[in-house]
Design a protein around this ligand. Structure first.
Ligand SMILES: Cc1cc2nc3c(=O)[nH]c(=O)nc-3n(C[C@H](O)[C@H](O)[C@H](O)COP(=O)(O)OP(=O)(O)OC[C@H]3O[C@@H](n4cnc5c(N)ncnc54)[C@H](O)[C@@H]3O)c2cc1C
Length: 500
């Protein structure tokens, strides 16, 4: 094992190599800081991993796959050009998402307000026109450290715009559930069933407080920004960030488990790795870990009160030919197709998972990266990225149960893609337990590193920044505001504060 040696001191040591660490490390290194990132797994990138998981030539994004949050986020705004110069290229689509219903009908979300009004009804125009004038506040709340001067400025901006009564009404409107918002907005089931599954990608269910707001944010963001992915797989983003950090003299190492933050006189002075090395940090230790690990392992202390969300399963298919969908021909060209009976279907599956059951009719996310980036499979072949976000917390998974559940899901997909079963070259399923084994931050297979119910989101999620009484110790990652996803928000906020 390569060891850094005590002789080398860094300005900042970052624990873990998730997107927030890499964004933070890149900004700091570019700003002249000596940066060291230590990752316990053998592969860098955390929930971004690209590998030939099934067959040679089939390039799978094993965990996350879709990068609208990165491309629309603050780190990309700062670093995009430098990453492009290191070979990172984004591809996008005009057909981002659809829902295919059990009766063979489908509904599509397209890339302009006019096209979506034609597809979904004139109500859509009202959605966009109602959302866009205050989009700065919505995206501000998701991109600002709320417990800070910037957070206060955002609140004052809202107050000036709405006045006190208007502000209370506006904030009240943000608390509405997806179910109430969808049923009040759209008279028919098609648009409701198109948008409802997207609430799962925000970690919520359609009956949760604030899920209506999150659904609007995500639906409008997809119309405006599409679903960009990097040519060649998500790991190209990791590669480019690592190159940038190393290019500025930073160190990034895999296979280095950090077991302790070294604290002397209330000041974080570095970290100690499980192989016994102390790596000093003269200005900051930045931990991209869950609160459970931060307070239960890296620092002395006890367990903290922090709740994890539902589990996630991923299924990857290598196919001998492209998936051929029944019904609307556009399904063959759509990046993400959800399979669900509709709003009530999503609601029921979430509720079953919350009650500890495997849902009878799960919402199936069928991702088709080849519709955007054909380079990810040999010519004439097919590849699918499947995600199931409604699995019970704390369920004990055996390999046999995982495969039987994956069989059930495969049968359901095959009702919409009749050539699926005959085309399967290989299927690889990853249970929530497999996810946690690959990344300790995915506790119980929760892809979002912590439940996102209102009591643990926004102002109530751990703050990115000083998390503890320990000076010089900073907390970032999906467990901190603005939460999960590939935006790199918490890492960027902390880097900017340190550079100030
Ligand atoms: C299956 C799946 C699919 C997803 N799909 C999408 C998607 O398509 N689009 C999207 O925007 N978001 C998606 N998400 C969410 C998004 O990927 C994550 O929220 C995000 O990547 C988390 O980044 P992070 O910076 O918090 O760190 P993580 O990616 O969680 O990485 C943390 C890293 O820290 C390491 N680590 C932890 N403790 C230590 C230690 N003590 N010492 C050393 N290293 C340590 C871990 O090994 C890990 O590599 C998905 C998540 C999952 C799991």
């Amino acid at each position: 094992m390569h060891r850094l040696g005590m002789s080398r001191a860094f300005d900042a040591v970052i624990v873990g190599s998730g997107i927030n660490s890499l964004a933070c490390g890149a900004l700091l290194a570019r700003g002249g800081w000596g940066v060291c990132i230590l990752e316990r797994e053998d592969v860098l990138g955390g929930a971004i991993r690209t590998e030939e998981l099934t067959e040679p030539g089939f390039v799978h994004d094993t965990f996350s796959a879709w990068h609208p949050l990165w491309v629309g986020g603050p780190a990309h705004a700062e670093l995009g050009e430098e990453l492009a110069a290191r070979g990172l290229e984004y591809l996008n689509t005009e057909l981002p998402t659809a829902t295919a219903f059990p009766d063979g009908s489908s509904a599509f979300l397209l890339r302009t307000t006019d096209a979506n009004a034609a597809e979904l009804g004139e109500e859509w125009r009202g959605v966009v026109e109602g959302f866009l004038p205050n989009a700065d506040l919505a995206f501000g709340a998701l991109g600002t450290e709320l417990w800070s001067r910037a957070g206060l400025r955002l609140a004052f901006r809202a107050l000036r715009r709405f006045g006190p009564r208007g502000l209370v009404e506006y904030v009240g409107g943000l608390l509405v559930s997806s179910r109430d918002w969808l049923t009040e907005t759209f008279p028919s089931e098609g648009p409701r069933g198109l948008v409802a599954p997207w609430v799962l990608h925000t970690g919520l269910g359609p009956d949760a407080a604030s899920s209506g707001f999150m659904t609007q944010v995500i639906a409008v963001a997809i119309q405006e920004g599409g679903l960009p992915i990097p040519r060649g797989g998500g790991a190209r983003l990791v590669d480019a960030l690592v190159q940038l950090i190393r290019g500025h003299g930073g160190v990034v190492e895999a296979g280095r488990d950090v077991e302790r933050v070294v604290v002397r006189d209330g000041l974080a002075e570095g970290v100690r790795t499980a192989d016994g090395e102390e790596v000093p940090a003269s200005r900051a230790v930045i931990a991209n870990v869950t609160p459970t690990q931060l307070y239960g392992r890296l620092l002395p202390g006890g367990p903290v009160r922090y709740r994890y969300g539902r589990g996630d399963m991923q299924i990857h298919f290598a196919l001998s030919e492209p998936a051929r969908w029944e019904g609307d021909e556009r399904l063959n060209r759509t990046a993400i197709v959800h399979l669900t009976p509709g709003l009530d279907g999503v609601s029921r599956a979430v509720n079953e998972a919350d009650r500890g059951l495997l849902p009878e009719e799960a919402t199936i996310v069928v991702g088709q990266p080849l519709t955007i980036d054909p380079s990810r499979a040999p010519e004439g072949r097919g590849l699918l990225w499947i995600q199931l976000q409604e699995l019970p917390r704390g369920h004990e998974w055996t390999e046999d149960e995982r495969e039987r559940y994956a069989d059930r899901i495969t049968e359901r997909i095959a009702r919409h893609i009749p050539n699926l079963e005959s085309a399967i070259l290989k299927r690889v399923a990853l249970s929530p337990a497999d996810l946690e084994r690959a990344n300790v931050n995915l506790v119980g297979g929760d892809p979002y590193s912590g439940a996102l119910s209102l009591d643990q989101n926004f102002l109530w999620r751990p703050r990115p920044g000083h998390a503890t009484e320990v000076k010089g110790l900073w907390h970032i990652g999906a467990s901190t505001h603005p939460g999960p996803g590939l935006g790199g928000g918490s890492g960027t906020m902390v880097a900017k504060r340190l550079l100030r």
